[in-house]
Ligand binder design. Structure first.
Ligand SMILES: Nc1ncnc2c1ncn2[C@@H]1O[C@H](COP(=O)(O)OP(=O)(O)OP(=O)(O)O)[C@@H](O)[C@H]1O
Length: 251
Protein backbone atom coordinates (compact mmCIF):
# COMPACT_ATOMS: atom_id res chain seq x y z
CA UNK A 1 0.00 0.00 0.00
CA UNK A 2 1.02 3.64 -0.45
CA UNK A 3 2.66 5.45 2.48
CA UNK A 4 0.43 8.18 3.95
CA UNK A 5 1.52 11.70 3.05
CA UNK A 6 -0.35 13.97 5.44
CA UNK A 7 1.44 17.04 4.16
CA UNK A 8 -0.23 17.06 0.73
CA UNK A 9 -3.71 15.68 -0.12
CA UNK A 10 -5.29 13.15 2.18
CA UNK A 11 -8.85 11.88 2.16
CA UNK A 12 -10.10 10.28 5.36
CA UNK A 13 -13.04 7.92 5.44
CA UNK A 14 -15.11 10.01 3.01
CA UNK A 15 -18.65 8.90 2.19
CA UNK A 16 -21.25 10.49 -0.09
CA UNK A 17 -24.87 9.53 -0.14
CA UNK A 18 -27.32 10.62 -2.87
CA UNK A 19 -30.70 9.69 -1.43
CA UNK A 20 -30.67 5.89 -1.13
CA UNK A 21 -27.42 5.50 -3.08
CA UNK A 22 -24.07 5.35 -1.30
CA UNK A 23 -21.89 6.66 -4.16
CA UNK A 24 -18.68 6.80 -2.06
CA UNK A 25 -18.19 4.66 1.02
CA UNK A 26 -15.50 5.40 3.60
CA UNK A 27 -12.81 6.12 1.04
CA UNK A 28 -9.36 6.89 2.41
CA UNK A 29 -6.24 7.56 0.37
CA UNK A 30 -3.43 10.06 -0.14
CA UNK A 31 -1.86 11.80 -3.09
CA UNK A 32 1.85 12.42 -2.82
CA UNK A 33 3.25 15.81 -3.76
CA UNK A 34 5.01 15.77 -7.13
CA UNK A 35 3.34 12.54 -8.26
CA UNK A 36 1.00 11.60 -11.05
CA UNK A 37 -1.56 9.51 -9.21
CA UNK A 38 -4.39 7.64 -10.90
CA UNK A 39 -7.95 6.90 -9.80
CA UNK A 40 -9.42 3.97 -11.70
CA UNK A 41 -12.45 1.74 -11.43
CA UNK A 42 -15.62 0.68 -13.25
CA UNK A 43 -18.32 3.06 -14.47
CA UNK A 44 -20.40 4.39 -11.62
CA UNK A 45 -17.76 3.49 -9.00
CA UNK A 46 -17.84 7.01 -7.56
CA UNK A 47 -14.65 8.45 -9.07
CA UNK A 48 -16.15 11.71 -10.32
CA UNK A 49 -18.03 12.11 -7.04
CA UNK A 50 -14.73 11.80 -5.15
CA UNK A 51 -13.17 14.43 -7.42
CA UNK A 52 -16.16 16.69 -6.84
CA UNK A 53 -15.66 16.33 -3.09
CA UNK A 54 -11.92 17.08 -3.24
CA UNK A 55 -12.52 20.12 -5.46
CA UNK A 56 -15.46 21.42 -3.40
CA UNK A 57 -18.28 20.82 -5.90
CA UNK A 58 -19.93 18.33 -3.54
CA UNK A 59 -19.88 18.14 0.25
CA UNK A 60 -19.21 14.68 1.68
CA UNK A 61 -21.90 13.12 3.86
CA UNK A 62 -19.12 12.21 6.28
CA UNK A 63 -15.34 12.13 6.37
CA UNK A 64 -12.60 14.71 5.97
CA UNK A 65 -10.35 16.10 3.28
CA UNK A 66 -6.99 17.55 4.28
CA UNK A 67 -4.83 19.68 2.01
CA UNK A 68 -1.29 20.33 3.13
CA UNK A 69 -2.30 19.45 6.67
CA UNK A 70 -5.29 21.82 6.73
CA UNK A 71 -8.91 20.68 6.76
CA UNK A 72 -10.69 21.79 3.58
CA UNK A 73 -13.82 19.59 3.79
CA UNK A 74 -16.75 21.42 2.20
CA UNK A 75 -14.73 24.49 1.23
CA UNK A 76 -16.27 25.95 -1.95
CA UNK A 77 -14.61 25.47 -5.37
CA UNK A 78 -13.57 29.10 -5.91
CA UNK A 79 -11.72 29.12 -2.58
CA UNK A 80 -10.08 25.78 -3.31
CA UNK A 81 -9.02 27.11 -6.71
CA UNK A 82 -7.36 30.01 -4.91
CA UNK A 83 -5.72 27.55 -2.56
CA UNK A 84 -4.27 25.74 -5.58
CA UNK A 85 -6.68 22.91 -6.43
CA UNK A 86 -8.04 22.91 -10.00
CA UNK A 87 -10.07 20.34 -11.88
CA UNK A 88 -11.14 19.56 -15.40
CA UNK A 89 -14.55 18.18 -16.31
CA UNK A 90 -15.28 14.96 -18.13
CA UNK A 91 -17.66 16.68 -20.54
CA UNK A 92 -15.78 19.59 -22.05
CA UNK A 93 -17.83 22.65 -22.80
CA UNK A 94 -15.68 25.55 -23.99
CA UNK A 95 -17.29 28.96 -24.30
CA UNK A 96 -18.20 28.52 -27.95
CA UNK A 97 -18.32 32.22 -28.79
CA UNK A 98 -14.83 32.88 -27.41
CA UNK A 99 -11.46 32.21 -28.96
CA UNK A 100 -9.12 29.56 -27.57
CA UNK A 101 -7.02 32.36 -26.03
CA UNK A 102 -10.08 33.85 -24.27
CA UNK A 103 -11.25 30.45 -23.06
CA UNK A 104 -7.91 29.76 -21.42
CA UNK A 105 -7.82 33.29 -19.98
CA UNK A 106 -11.04 32.49 -18.06
CA UNK A 107 -8.84 30.39 -15.75
CA UNK A 108 -6.13 33.04 -15.58
CA UNK A 109 -8.58 35.67 -14.25
CA UNK A 110 -8.46 33.84 -10.91
CA UNK A 111 -5.07 35.39 -10.19
CA UNK A 112 -4.88 38.24 -12.72
CA UNK A 113 -7.32 41.13 -12.76
CA UNK A 114 -6.04 42.84 -15.89
CA UNK A 115 -7.29 41.38 -19.14
CA UNK A 116 -3.88 41.82 -20.76
CA UNK A 117 -2.20 39.83 -17.98
CA UNK A 118 -4.77 37.04 -18.17
CA UNK A 119 -4.35 36.84 -21.95
CA UNK A 120 -0.54 36.72 -21.55
CA UNK A 121 -0.85 33.81 -19.09
CA UNK A 122 -3.20 32.11 -21.56
CA UNK A 123 -0.50 32.29 -24.23
CA UNK A 124 2.12 30.75 -21.95
CA UNK A 125 -0.23 27.95 -20.93
CA UNK A 126 -1.25 27.32 -24.56
CA UNK A 127 2.38 26.65 -25.37
CA UNK A 128 2.59 24.05 -22.59
CA UNK A 129 -0.40 22.12 -23.93
CA UNK A 130 0.39 22.49 -27.63
CA UNK A 131 -2.30 25.03 -28.52
CA UNK A 132 -0.13 27.97 -29.60
CA UNK A 133 -1.20 27.65 -33.23
CA UNK A 134 -4.90 27.62 -32.31
CA UNK A 135 -5.02 30.67 -30.01
CA UNK A 136 -7.08 32.87 -32.31
CA UNK A 137 -9.49 30.18 -33.47
CA UNK A 138 -13.00 29.99 -32.03
CA UNK A 139 -12.97 27.21 -29.41
CA UNK A 140 -16.02 25.71 -31.13
CA UNK A 141 -13.91 25.06 -34.25
CA UNK A 142 -11.60 22.62 -32.46
CA UNK A 143 -11.72 18.84 -32.59
CA UNK A 144 -12.53 16.85 -29.43
CA UNK A 145 -8.78 16.48 -28.80
CA UNK A 146 -8.33 20.24 -29.15
CA UNK A 147 -11.23 20.96 -26.80
CA UNK A 148 -9.73 18.58 -24.24
CA UNK A 149 -6.51 20.57 -24.42
CA UNK A 150 -8.45 23.81 -23.89
CA UNK A 151 -10.09 22.29 -20.81
CA UNK A 152 -6.67 21.27 -19.52
CA UNK A 153 -5.25 24.71 -20.28
CA UNK A 154 -8.12 26.53 -18.55
CA UNK A 155 -7.40 24.58 -15.35
CA UNK A 156 -3.65 25.12 -15.69
CA UNK A 157 -4.19 28.85 -16.14
CA UNK A 158 -5.44 29.03 -12.54
CA UNK A 159 -1.83 28.14 -11.60
CA UNK A 160 -2.71 25.14 -9.43
CA UNK A 161 -0.51 23.04 -7.19
CA UNK A 162 -2.84 20.05 -7.59
CA UNK A 163 -4.57 19.35 -10.89
CA UNK A 164 -7.48 16.90 -10.99
CA UNK A 165 -7.99 15.49 -14.48
CA UNK A 166 -11.32 13.79 -15.11
CA UNK A 167 -10.84 11.49 -18.10
CA UNK A 168 -8.84 13.86 -20.29
CA UNK A 169 -8.11 10.97 -22.65
CA UNK A 170 -11.70 9.78 -23.13
CA UNK A 171 -12.90 10.12 -26.71
CA UNK A 172 -9.38 10.46 -28.14
CA UNK A 173 -7.96 8.08 -30.73
CA UNK A 174 -4.73 6.17 -29.95
CA UNK A 175 -2.45 8.69 -31.67
CA UNK A 176 -4.13 11.61 -29.86
CA UNK A 177 -3.64 9.73 -26.57
CA UNK A 178 0.05 9.25 -27.40
CA UNK A 179 0.37 12.98 -28.09
CA UNK A 180 -1.16 14.10 -24.80
CA UNK A 181 0.68 11.69 -22.48
CA UNK A 182 3.94 13.74 -22.64
CA UNK A 183 1.92 16.93 -22.05
CA UNK A 184 0.60 15.51 -18.75
CA UNK A 185 4.10 14.35 -17.79
CA UNK A 186 5.53 17.81 -18.53
CA UNK A 187 2.86 19.41 -16.32
CA UNK A 188 4.04 17.24 -13.42
CA UNK A 189 7.69 17.96 -14.28
CA UNK A 190 6.80 21.65 -14.05
CA UNK A 191 5.90 21.16 -10.37
CA UNK A 192 2.16 20.45 -10.48
CA UNK A 193 0.90 17.29 -8.79
CA UNK A 194 -1.55 15.45 -11.04
CA UNK A 195 -4.44 13.27 -9.83
CA UNK A 196 -6.24 11.67 -12.75
CA UNK A 197 -9.36 9.60 -13.34
CA UNK A 198 -8.64 7.47 -16.37
CA UNK A 199 -9.99 4.43 -18.16
CA UNK A 200 -7.18 4.26 -20.75
CA UNK A 201 -5.09 1.79 -18.79
CA UNK A 202 -2.06 1.93 -21.07
CA UNK A 203 -1.76 5.64 -20.27
CA UNK A 204 -2.25 4.96 -16.55
CA UNK A 205 0.56 2.41 -16.71
CA UNK A 206 2.84 4.88 -18.53
CA UNK A 207 2.10 7.93 -16.46
CA UNK A 208 1.14 7.08 -12.89
CA UNK A 209 3.50 6.22 -10.08
CA UNK A 210 0.57 5.35 -7.81
CA UNK A 211 -3.00 4.24 -8.48
CA UNK A 212 -6.06 3.98 -6.25
CA UNK A 213 -8.86 1.67 -7.32
CA UNK A 214 -12.48 2.43 -6.53
CA UNK A 215 -15.31 -0.09 -6.98
CA UNK A 216 -18.88 0.43 -5.77
CA UNK A 217 -17.76 3.47 -3.80
CA UNK A 218 -14.98 1.69 -1.92
CA UNK A 219 -11.22 1.86 -2.33
CA UNK A 220 -10.38 -1.77 -3.04
CA UNK A 221 -6.68 -1.45 -3.84
CA UNK A 222 -3.78 0.97 -4.07
CA UNK A 223 -0.17 0.74 -5.15
CA UNK A 224 1.99 1.06 -8.23
CA UNK A 225 0.28 0.35 -11.57
CA UNK A 226 2.19 -2.94 -11.82
CA UNK A 227 0.88 -3.95 -8.40
CA UNK A 228 -2.76 -3.06 -8.97
CA UNK A 229 -3.06 -4.82 -12.35
CA UNK A 230 -1.97 -8.05 -10.64
CA UNK A 231 -4.37 -7.60 -7.72
CA UNK A 232 -7.12 -10.26 -7.90
CA UNK A 233 -9.72 -7.84 -6.46
CA UNK A 234 -8.95 -5.31 -9.23
CA UNK A 235 -9.05 -7.98 -11.94
CA UNK A 236 -12.38 -9.19 -10.61
CA UNK A 237 -14.03 -5.77 -10.19
CA UNK A 238 -12.61 -3.88 -13.13
CA UNK A 239 -9.97 -5.16 -15.51
CA UNK A 240 -10.98 -8.73 -16.31
CA UNK A 241 -8.36 -11.44 -16.80
CA UNK A 242 -7.47 -10.74 -20.46
CA UNK A 243 -6.72 -7.04 -19.99
CA UNK A 244 -4.91 -7.66 -16.71
CA UNK A 245 -2.61 -10.23 -18.30
CA UNK A 246 -1.82 -7.92 -21.24
CA UNK A 247 -1.14 -4.97 -18.93
CA UNK A 248 0.94 -7.00 -16.48
CA UNK A 249 3.14 -8.27 -19.34
CA UNK A 250 3.91 -4.65 -20.33
CA UNK A 251 4.45 -3.48 -16.75
N1 LIG B 1 -25.72 14.35 -8.20
C1 LIG B 1 -26.05 13.06 -8.13
N2 LIG B 1 -27.26 12.66 -7.71
C2 LIG B 1 -27.58 11.35 -7.64
N3 LIG B 1 -26.75 10.35 -7.96
C3 LIG B 1 -25.53 10.67 -8.40
C4 LIG B 1 -25.10 12.03 -8.51
N4 LIG B 1 -23.81 12.05 -8.97
C5 LIG B 1 -23.47 10.77 -9.13
N5 LIG B 1 -24.48 9.94 -8.80
C6 LIG B 1 -24.46 8.47 -8.80
O1 LIG B 1 -23.36 8.07 -8.00
C7 LIG B 1 -22.72 6.94 -8.56
C8 LIG B 1 -21.26 7.26 -8.80
O2 LIG B 1 -21.17 8.14 -9.92
P1 LIG B 1 -19.79 8.76 -10.42
O3 LIG B 1 -20.11 9.63 -11.60
O4 LIG B 1 -19.07 9.37 -9.29
O5 LIG B 1 -19.02 7.45 -10.92
P2 LIG B 1 -17.72 7.34 -11.83
O6 LIG B 1 -16.87 6.31 -11.20
O7 LIG B 1 -17.13 8.68 -12.04
O8 LIG B 1 -18.30 6.77 -13.19
P3 LIG B 1 -17.79 6.96 -14.72
O9 LIG B 1 -16.51 6.19 -14.86
O10 LIG B 1 -18.92 6.35 -15.50
O11 LIG B 1 -17.64 8.42 -14.96
C9 LIG B 1 -23.48 6.57 -9.83
O12 LIG B 1 -24.40 5.57 -9.51
C10 LIG B 1 -24.18 7.87 -10.18
O13 LIG B 1 -25.38 7.62 -10.90
Amino acid sequence: MIEPDPAFLSVHSVSKRFGGLLAVSEASFTVKEGSITGLIGPNGAGKTTLFAIVSGFEKPTSGRVLWRGEEITGRPPHRLAQDGIARTFQIVQPFAGLSVRENIAVGAFLRHRRRADALAVAEQVAERVGLSAELDKPAAALTVAGRKRVELAKALATQPKLLLLDEVLAGLNPSEVRDIVPVVRAIRDGGITVFMIEHVMQAVMNLCEAVHVLAQGRIIAGGTPAEVVRDPAVIEAYLGHGAATRLASHA
